[in-house]
Design a protein around this ligand. Structure first.
Ligand code: HEM
Ligand code: HEM
Length: 190
């Protein structure tokens, strides 16, 4: 089953979910690690380039994932879930989707406004152009960097809530929510 149904995620949505979860969690770890390295560290340049390269992959996947979501039905949440919980789940998912765009875009703005003008060579293959930055570049860079940092902290909070909710569904409510994001086969019985 490639596409979603009203009761189950299809293979494409499941693949997008877990590949992107892995990439985004790695990016959070990498970002927090690399900014703590001294500027003189010989690994810093390579790690920043890797962070930027994976970030552009996340951005591209986010576009494809939302497009795929738009042409698929979304599986319904469990019928016995209270309305407020459904609202919180939708709000949480919207926040996760929004941050999948806002983090790469704000990071792109940081490097585009930076007075250092360091190019981004995606996986050492091709140069990603900088965004046009009108006005005060130093101020834009500072604002974008603060936004990028706090958006990352907010994303961590959302992920903790998201994973907590998934475990609550699985171990307390004992419903199909986690199973259907793990495998098409497991969810097909739902
Ligand atoms: C899923 C996407 C991304 C995530 C989760 C992410 C996460 C992070 C995190 C956690 C930090 C450390 C923040 C801090 O403590 O100051 C960081 C820093 C940084 N990121 Fe990203 N990032 C993403 C995408 C990008 C992209 C696409 C670029 C550039 C094209 C980028 C450029 C930067 C830069 C330049 C810094 C250092 C900022 C500074 O020195 O203040 N990031 N990122
Ligand atoms: C690592 C542990 C994770 C677990 C156990 C997990 C579990 C789940 C489950 C069970 C669902 C299905 C919810 C439903 O049926 O309505 C889901 C959906 C979703 N997850 Fe995760 N997730 C994890 C990580 C992440 C991460 C890191 C992100 C992104 C930052 C993410 C983003 C999403 C989004 C956007 C949806 C909504 C999909 C849709 O219906 O369009 N997840 N997750």
């Amino acid at each position: 089953m490639i596409k979603n149904t009203r009761s189950a995620y299809g293979a494409v949505a499941i693949l997008f979910h877990w590949v992107m979860a892995l990439l985004i969690l790695s990016m959070l770890g990498l970002g927090l690690y690399m900014v703590r390295l001294p500027q003189s560290d010989p690994a810093a340049f390579t790690l920043f380039q890797l962070h930027k390269s994976i970030g552009f992959v996340v951005l591209a996947f986010a576009v494809l994932r939302l497009a795929w979501r738009a042409v698929n039905p979304s599986p319904r949440l469990p019928a016995d879930m209270p309305l407020w919980e459904k609202g919180v789940a939708h709000l949480g998912h919207t926040g996760l989707y929004a941050l999948m765009f806002l983090l790469p875009l704000s990071g792109w703005l940081v490097v585009s406004a930076s007075p250092w003008g360091i190019p981004t060579i995606v996986f050492n293959l091709f140069e990603m152009p900088h965004l046009p930055v009108p006005g005060d570049k130093a101020q834009t860079e500072a604002l974008a960097a603060v936004f990028h940092e706090y958006a990352a902290y907010f994303l961590i909070l959302l992920i903790v809530g998201h994973v907590g909710a998934a475990f609550k569904h699985h171990f307390i409510a004992r419903d199909e929510t986690l199973k259907r994001m793990v495998s098409v086969r497991l969810s097909h019985t739902a």
